[in-house]
Design a protein around this ligand. Structure first.
Ligand code: HEM
Length: 507
């Protein structure tokens, strides 16, 4: 048996050699110590973006960390992020291969998980053209407006039942799931008029499991050997969920295929010409023309990614926005006055009003500045490159700390204060890389337009129809919970009073 001190000396030798070699490579600064095996994992605390923000304050905006076996570049200033997403945009256009992407991203082949290249470019083209373009969004705006009207109706009914007290987290979450499923498959699973209750129940269980798993940190992403010690149980959960999600989406696809096959020639022609096609219908038309490329798996992958990427990002933003407004009643009043003046009391707000409500837009921007739904954006380098004058090797995970940048007093005056007015007169390009809730560069969120419409429409309608206040004199607790999309620690509960004249518009 090899004596313990020999093993210790070998580990120490390898460790010191690694430090010396890396010093010579002009790598970015790195906190000391970087421990053998775990590297800087001992610095990881929840919420991660706050812990990493503290590190950047101490060591600078470009840092090299070692998360177990993964080299990680942490950037947190507008200049450093701009360099990563302009000069080095192609170099950093990959995503890291994490367990979630293997099982929930069909072995890294979906739009969100796939590496940069022809396949990813094509998926993005399809997503943008067929679902997210201004034209496609316009054709389905009645779907979103109807879902938001139903949301306001549910809030109204809930408020009447419970003395004005309403739990808003599930309201927003279910709104987004209904909207996205209507756009994807023409079905809604929450609230009244759910056609197939059992199918709806299965969908809800899958959604619960998916978002539960996405919040879990998978240790073997960073320490691969962990898989053999305690990581297998988690991987099994991913495998099981993958099966359930696949089966559910296949069911929806088959249902649409059946309609296409069984329909008469005339019905098929009408369906093809239908402007308001959902995503599955569009994809099946493409499959008919090019079956080898548009296989079922590609379509199911797109359906799943849009659902996962679009739901809690948007609903979380809505929940934070209302929380900020409840703590800042003067901003709430200003937003409400703007809507009253422009829309009036005789009709509900619609999507086309949003571009004429600049203060509402400022409230959304300020919410996304302080509480961005993507506080940390993950990419991976596909070749060697240089950031801030330092060498970054190929295969390095890039972590952009958007939260830290958005909340840094160097970038924003009175950064801790909710001040929508700071955005008056500012347009995207003027703000530059100081504000990037949707990311930037090649992999930026393809659904910014949809998200802005949804957040504006939902919150605008709720402000138009109800007077809102906190449930007590205490301020709303703004503590963040754990999870990739920065959820609130506690679901938001608020008090509302339906405004006179509005009830007639909802029923
Ligand atoms: C307020 C709402 C939303 C926010 C704040 C948000 C934010 C983001 C961010 C930060 C990224 C990563 C960008 C990058 O890697 O550089 C992203 C990617 C993505 N988002 Fe969104 N998003 C929102 C809503 C949506 C919606 C509604 C959908 C779809 C229905 C969507 C679909 C996607 C997809 C597919 C990607 C991956 C793009 C790629 O890898 O090429 N997002 N989003």
């Amino acid at each position: 048996m090899v004596p313990f001190y020999v093993i210790l000396s070998i580990v120490a030798f390898i460790w010191i050699t690694k430090i010396v070699l890396e010093k010579n490579k002009n790598l970015p600064p790195s906190p000391f110590p970087c421990l053998p095996i775990v590297g800087h994992l001992y610095l990881v605390k929840s919420p991660l973006y706050r812990a990493l923000g503290k590190l950047s304050n101490r060591y600078g905006p470009v840092l090299m960390l070692q998360f177990g076996s993964r080299k990680t570049l942490l950037v947190s200033s507008p200049d450093a992020i701009e360099e990563c997403l302009t000069t080095n945009d192609i170099a950093f256009a990959n995503r890291p291969h994490l367990l979630a992407g293997k099982h929930l991203g069909y072995d890294y082949t979906t739009i969100a998980w796939s590496s940069y290249g022809d396949h990813w470019r094509n998926l993005r083209r399809i997503a943008i053209l067929e679902l997210l373009s201004a034209h496609r969004l316009q054709t389905l705006n009645s779907v979103r407006e109807e879902e938001v009207r139903l949301l306001a109706k549910r809030v109204y009914e809930s408020a009447i039942k419970c003395n004005g007290i309403v739990e808003m987290k599930s309201m927003f979450f279910e709104l987004m799931l209904n909207v996205l499923m209507m756009m994807i498959a023409g079905k809604r699973y929450y609230g009244d008029s759910v056609l197939d209750v059992q199918e709806g129940q299965r969908f809800k269980e899958i959604v619960k499991e998916t978002f539960g798993l996405m919040e879990t940190t998978n240790v073997s992403d960073y320490l691969p050997w962990w898989k053999w010690l305690g990581g297998r149980a988690l991987e099994k959960k991913f495998v099981d969920l993958r099966g359930k999600r696949d089966m559910f989406m296949q069911g929806l696809l088959d249902e649409h295929k059946q309609k296409l096959i069984c329909g008469s020639e005339e019905e098929r022609e009408i369906e093809k010409k239908d402007e308001k096609k959902n995503l599955i219908q569009v994809m099946l038309m493409l499959q008919e023309k090019e079956p080898k490329y548009y296989e079922d798996q590609l379509i199911k992958g797109l359906m799943q990614v849009l659902l996962s990427a679009g739901t809690d990002t948007s609903s979380g933003t809505m929940e934070w926005m209302l929380s900020h407004l409840l703590n800042n009643p003067e901003a709430l009043k200003k937003g409400q006055d703007e809507i009253d003046n422009y829309v009036g009391e005789d009709r509900l707000l619609n999507e086309s009003d949003i571009s004429n409500l600049p203060y509402l837009r400022c409230i959304i921007n300020e919410t996304m500045r302080m509480t961005p739904a993507g506080p940390l954006v993950f990419h991976e380098s596909r070749k060697d490159c240089t950031v801030g004058g330092y060498h970054v090797p190929s295969g390095t995970m890039l972590l952009m700390n958007v939260w830290a940048m958005h909340n840094d007093p160097k970038n924003w005056e009175e950064a801790k204060k909710f001040k929508p007015e700071r955005f008056i007169g500012l347009e995207g390009s003027t703000i530059g890389y100081k504000l990037m809730p949707f990311g930037a560069g090649r992999r930026r969120c393809p659904a910014e337009n949809l998200a802005m419409r949804m957040v504006g429409l939902a919150l605008g309608t709720l402000i138009q129809c109800f007077d809102w206040e906190r449930t007590s004199d205490e301020m709303i607790d703004m503590t963040e919970g754990t999870g990739l999309t920065m959820p609130r620690a506690k679901p938001l509960v608020a008090k509302c009073q339906p405004r006179k004249k509005m009830a007639k518009l909802l029923f």
